[in-house]
Design a protein around this ligand. Sequence first.
Ligand code: ADP
Ligand code: MG
Length: 698
Amino acid sequence: MTDFLDTNIDYLKGVGPQKAEVIKAEIGLFRFKDVLYYLPNRYVDKSKITKIASFDEAQPNIQIRGILIYFEVISSKNGKRLTALIKDETGVMELVWFKNYQFVLKNLKLKEIYTVYGKATDFNGKLNISHPEIKQYSAEDDKIGLKLEPVYPLTEKLKARFIDSKLIGQMVLQIISNPSFSLHEFIPTSVSKPLGLISPTLAYKWIHFPKDEQQMAAATKRIKFEEMFALAMRAEKNKVIRQAQSRGVKMSKVGDLFKAFYNKYLDFELTEAQKRVIKEIQTDMSSGVQMNRLLQGDVGSGKTIVALLCMLLVADNGYQSCLMAPTEILATQHFLSIRDALSELPIQVAVLTGSTSKKERKKILESIANGEVHILVGTHALIESDVVFQNLGLAVIDEQHRFGVAQRAKLWEKSLHPHILVMTATPIPRTLAMTVHGELDVSVIDELPKNRKPIRTVHKDESFRYEVMNFVKTEIEKGRQIYIVYPLIEESPKLDLNDLMNGYDVVTSYFPVPQYQIGILHGRVKYEDKEYEMNRFKKGITNIMISTTVIEVGVNVPNASVMIIENANRFGLSQLHQLRGRVGRGAEQSYCILMTKDDLNFPAKKRINTMCRTNNGFEISQADLEIRGPGDVLGTRQSGLPDFKLLDLAKDIEIIDLAKRAAAFVLKNDPQLEHDANRPLLSYLMKHQTDHFWSKIS
Ligand code: ADP
Ligand code: MG
């Protein structure tokens, strides 16, 4: 069938050489298969006819059918417009066109039946659609039936040449209704059957022209699965090869340290997700194969305690662990909280950062080398070459998205093959690529601790400054603590410092010292002072912490309940989400106030609205993609991420997981893909993964 799908689009009816040329140049559809794989990005629901009287404002896009009872071109001082009335058994709908209505007008006939589609509004009980699509009804329509109509992504140039979704749809229709059209199935029945996957031929018919939501869902599932399955096959095979080469330290014991901490010192119940993830990690680390695992969990989902319990497991088995954090503040915080949490246990914890004194460093290096220290916390200072462990069993990287590739590679290459756990709320493309290619397995914490109340987020203009400060006052009176964060722009640190200092003056004018305790933190504050400031805040002495984004990631002070972000329009979405994640960590109601003074441009408005609308990290990264456009954020080519047609790495974790399991299952039963049932799969992989990966193996 390849021949048929390789046909040039010039052969399609209704396209014509000029339009074909534009289509090729603009969206790269040269051959039938390109058209087939050019998928709609949404559908217009024409699968139902709505009765006029049952119009529901929540679903304004409706299709109605009725008799044309009146139409007229009306002139007024605002110009001319065409008005028409359509009546069904339940009511009347007004239709209005303000421009370009000549063509519509020509085709209107009183007392005939029309099908109308558009966005209706209810204006004081008068229903109205402006610029609807309108088509005279014919018996032919019943034969075709009602459906979801595909809407294809189009460029301005295409639109200018009258190349619209209808035309693309017609092109697709000619291809899929041709008797020569069929696609090879490469997913073995042993996989497709239990998962209820439809055939590819059907899937591509339905993805373009689904009759209803069910067909759309079935087609989407099949196509997403097939996109991931081929990659998963490769990833799983890679994993088998890697595992044969790099044996890991076997951590088979769940010993006294883990048990003692879990039973005696843990002062809350772990969430089910945390328990599951710990189990996954433990299974991995005891398998005898080196673990490379990503722990993904939204801000505040409790990743640190998971890491800590894993480090205890490692200590139980007689090995050392390290925990690397991207900032000194975070590293210090981790160190202090881990040391305190483990104070009753026979375990040594040390910290190493850029600010550790030479003398201190020397001492610590010794105790790492001789095995006295069980857990080493630090910044990237701990991957420098003079840091030599006696027996490193596990390396944890917190807020992994903040580390450069080179830094991570260094840890990867540490000669001992420790197990590696990387943690993040917002995986960067490079990380996602690694999970897709099988270099990293994924565990997800998809649940927040029970006691959390959703953070309330509001947007306030500078003119509300007084109200905002009053609100802060009442929160302080309740015993809460406040963060006020200023943006940090790397190009002009001086200006930022000014901003921060002016902010400090404003805040102290509302909250005079010493009645109130105000802390201040920014990049230029010396390390000891940072530590001092953070400590005072943690202990609850400081009421308000004024800071730049140095507190962006990881900082954990559960009593802080208000996050005020100044000039919020100057932050990116993921940064806003991270900052907001500094509050809402305890049982109290928390608030995030986004302050702005400037007029907001459109993307900034969208970012702020998104923040006010949702607390969900996945939704936020989705919105981020939409606002910035996928090209910008992902830089897919660079990151090594494939261009998926439908699969969304952020949203489709479940399908990704399913595909990986299916691939592992296939390879387990037939490692070389020699069985007849798996032949089509092997030839598909050899054809599509063109670097000879599969031919080398089989
Ligand atoms: P993140 O995943 O953003 O790194 P943290 O590990 O800093 O989150 O955890 C946020 C807060 O939630 C911490 O104060 C931690 O002690 C607390 N916490 C973690 N797990 C639970 C739980 N199961 N129940 C209650 N509180 C928890
Ligand atoms: Mg954290």
